[in-house]
Design a protein around this ligand. Sequence first.
Ligand SMILES: *Cc1c(COP(=O)(O)O)cnc(C)c1O
Length: 478
Amino acid sequence: MSLHSDNQRAAFRLLPAVDDVLKEVEALPLAERVDREVLASFVREMVEAWRSEIVAGKLDETQLEGRLSGGGVQRFLERRVRVELGAGIVPVVNATGVVLHTGLGRAPVHSEVADSMAVAARSYCVLEVSRESGKRNRRDDRLSDLLTRLTGAEAGIAVNNCAAAVVLCLQSFAGDQRETVLSRGELVEIGGSFRMPDVMERAGTVLREVGTTNRTRASDYERAITEKTGLLLKVHTSNFRVEGFTEELDTEGLAGLGEKHGIRTVYDLGAGLLECAGATPLGFLGDEPLVRESVSSGLDAVTFSGDKLLGGPQAGLIVGKRDAIDALRANPLYRALRLDKVALAGLEKTLSLHLAGRADEIPSREMMLRPEAQLELAASALAERLGALNGLTATVAADQSQPGSGSAPGVFLDTFVVRVTHSDYSAEQLSSRLRHGSPPVFCRIQDDVVLLDPRTLLDGDRERLLSAFENLSRGDVG
Ligand SMILES: *Cc1c(COP(=O)(O)O)cnc(C)c1O
């Protein structure tokens, strides 16, 4: 008994041999755009995909015949070559209105920050050596100084991201199966499967939940403290909000408890709002905790991201008491989580901008602070240009942008968007073509209409956006 029907066997016989296809397509222009080996792998991929379709009963002999004679090979390979050439980290136009868009790389850095990063990348630099003594020193001494001035903490340290900062604190202060006390109201999941209980398990600490989802008091923490307790942790519930009958222990209360019992205290802030002199306060963020205030309440350490409200490269910053930071640095795990020279150079420059009172120049802050009148003008100008293109209808409407990256749930920023419809495509089709376009554009879809939010357009993006729309008709994306 064969596993396959007669029709399937007939279809299998029609499947072309990889070498035959290669010989045919090597003369085509698409073959010049990728290596021969890569092209061969695409042909194998195609034949395998078609074989699976036959096995699944989704492709019969007649259909396959039609595909082969109707240019199916070329269509498959052209699409595959295009995907290959557009893969990887490619600059895009962010027209979503989500300022700190994790999928689009969070904070675009200040041009001076980008320059520092580029210079550090392509040259030797003073990383772990003292210019005074010529001897080895620590790579983030300068960063620690800048963090100290910015936040009022005694010392600071930087790691790969805020998630790493939390792991380092958990492992250093409460690893080896000691206990971490955390309120049930703060057992959060941060985007991308960073779930507090799971992270704790991996960091080798035992979670000791206290209180309830909506109310946790000092007495709840106090009752949970035993000789096994290593850490009292507080996590900013940055991506959701509990409203109504709520109570939580404030940072002074937590720091006081830690001091009384000789137990480390850490506050994971996530977003990390600084509000330095010379910077316009981000009042719309509501009760987002300030780094400086959290530090001054006497906690051992406070953790926050480099690429959220700070507006710099990806990093996790930890500031706090000197002995706590020294203990983190002494953990061998720090060696695995530390930053490279490029990120450090970018962070130093970003912190310097904050210190120099130039924070409002940092792109993510500038975008969040963009005045409505300016956005309305930008939307109108854009709508006018887009409306003049073939097949497009563009109108301006009031709408809302978002700070993004899980910071500030329920915070929306009033904006004006361009609502675009295309005579030939649905909103989904239009947005797919824009994503694949040149340059790629990411937008928002609402009620089956494509929305373009000028809030997240950077210098030069308007012209890039227009050329993406002009190039639309030339693409062949399905
Ligand atoms: C965003 C966030 C993190 C993770 O930060 P990354 O820099 O993305 O690793 C951790 N904790 C809180 C409270 C956050 O909001």
